[in-house]
Design a protein around this ligand. Structure first.
Ligand SMILES: [Ca+2]
Ligand SMILES: [Ca+2]
Ligand SMILES: [Ca+2]
Ligand SMILES: [Ca+2]
Length: 479
């Protein structure tokens, strides 16, 4: 049964309102802290603040709070400075405890004749190193200065590195019918699998550093949304990190098992996957036991892919090169070894009605081979390259213009000849591609994403320099 306390001094609000790291010298291991407190004015006659280190051992002596104003009471608010010399093992989570009590004289008036001891107000601060670092799609660590903006670019894991069943997942529906009927937009996509056997290379490491790792408080990872998934292993084998309904995963560092799980299983083995395209964040937080965030670091993730069309199929064998049969993906990768998965997609079906040169000038009714271009836009003694420039400008030498309805293109030269200015690239291997101006890449691929038609096969969007069609020879701008 509880008894009502009839002592004159009711328990006041008592708290450590702020702890500020004034100075920290790694060489001399000296730390200066300012601890601010608050207490109901006049309720405490004597007060003191003690500092505890990462091991919960008191550091130095308690600082007594002086009654400078001679009121007989502890001031309602104040700040005390601590200059501490420490051992490395003491760093991590520091806490300040503010306690106060009545004087013996004041206590004599209480029912039991004893001075009333007020509860402690506690605050914490982390003095150490906390960092979240991310690898991008090239495997490079994103510099700290760029990790918020623009952030890390990582593939939305739409490709099929393990060549799994092309009928999974389905939907989303394909943009047009792919070679394997009933295959979805992302045939065999790795994002839809819990494990990717073999060559998965789109799930990228994130590294958590908290040094030293406190033995109290909590560590938390917070994702901006569920388009981000995290795994224990690069090939998604083993555990997926189980974010809760609030997109948080929390480890209690005071709990030996949870601390061990974080330290041994996740801290150095965390891999981030793009589960959808889009932008989100991953934040590392260190909290005290009361859920106050003591330190944090956040990384922006941009999950990108060539998403305008279908990902290529890989289980079919319907494409010929010479006498060899290839799948759709195999065919394009064989012809273009620099193509990077997730960064190209099929945006138009196979057709023998038109070719790359026609596609580049928005024409789907002609198959302009070199002889045709020479015949219509060239003249006696002109070279193929001269003919190509006139083809794009639609200037024929013989006044028999073949496509007066079509757009005209100006050859860019000198300083004007940039990808930003270009609408069409002509490659020396008699190939042309036109700029996409799509949102794929979330900014990273602006002015870099082009599309071209394979002679008798599909239309593909790709990064401008990932195809093998000779050197980029001319840049043209639409008039
Ligand atoms: Ca960082
Ligand atoms: Ca797969
Ligand atoms: Ca993959
Ligand atoms: Ca891949």
């Amino acid at each position: 049964m509880l008894c009502r306390d009839t002592d004159k001094a009711a328990t006041p609000a008592l708290s450590v309102t702020d702890i500020t790291k004034v100075d920290f010298d790694r060489d001399t291991l000296t730390l200066t802290l300012d601890v601010s407190y608050q207490v109901a004015n006049g309720s405490a006659d004597e007060g003191e603040i003690r500092i505890y280190d990462n091991n919960l051992a008191q550091v130095g002596d308690a600082v007594e709070i002086e009654d400078d104003a001679q009121t007989g009471h502890v001031p309602a608010t104040g700040t005390e400075r601590f200059e501490l010399t420490l051992q490395p093992a003491q760093f991590g989570l520091f806490s300040a405890a503010f306690s106060a009590k009545q004087t013996a004289t004041a206590g004599a008036a209480n029912r039991d004749g004893q001075p009333k001891v007020l509860r402690q107000g506690v605050g914490s601060i982390f003095v150490g190193f906390l960092d979240l670092a991310a690898r991008d799609l090239d495997g490079n660590w994103v510099p700290d200065t760029g990790e918020d903006d623009p952030g890390a670019y990582v593939h939305f894991n739409v490709d099929n590195d393990d060549n799994s069943n092309n009928l999974v997942p389905n939907p989303p529906a394909p943009v047009f019918t792919p070679p394997i009927i009933n295959a979805g937009k992302y045939p065999g996509a790795d994002y839809a699998q819990d494990q990717v056997a073999g060559e998965e290379d789109d799930v990228k490491q994130a590294l958590v550093t908290i040094a030293p790792l406190p033995t109290t408080g909590k560590v938390r990872l917070v994702r901006g949304s569920s388009i981000l998934r995290a795994w224990h292993a690069w090939n998604k084998g083993q555990a997926m990190l189980d974010f809760d309904a609030n997109n948080r995963k929390t480890w209690n560092l005071a709990d030996e098992e949870e601390r061990g799980d974080f330290r041994l299983e996740w801290k150095d083995s965390l891999y981030v996957e793009g589960y959808q395209d889009g932008t989100t964040t991953l934040e590392l937080q260190l909290l005290d036991a009361e859920d106050n965030v003591l330190a944090h670091d956040s990384v922006t993730y941009n999950f990108i892919d060539a998403d305008c069309g279908n990902q290529p199929t890989s289980n079919d064998l319907t494409y010929w090169i010479g006498t060899a049969l290839y799948s759709q993906r195999g065919y394009y990768e064989q012809l273009n070894p620099n193509l990077r998965r997730c960064e190209w997609s099929m945006i138009g079906p196979s057709s023998t009605a038109y070719n790359c040169m026609a596609y580049a000038v928005d024409d789907v009714n002609h198959f302009y081979n070199q002889a045709m271009i020479h015949g219509f836009w060239g003249g006696p003694g002109t070279t193929l390259e001269q003919d190509v420039v006139r083809f794009f400008a639609d200037q024929d030498l013989q006044l028999n213009r073949q496509r007066p309805w079509g757009p005209q293109f100006r050859l860019l030269q000198g300083e004007e000849a940039t990808l930003e200015n270009a609408d069409v690239i002509y490659y020396s291997g008699f190939h042309a591609a036109k700029k996409r101006n799509c949102g794929c890449g979330l900014g990273k691929w602006d002015n870099l994403m082009f599309a071209g038609k394979d002679a008798q096969f599909d239309v593909m969007e790709h990064i401008w320099n990932q195809i093998s069609a000779g050197q980029p020879r001319f840049l043209f701008q639409r008039q």
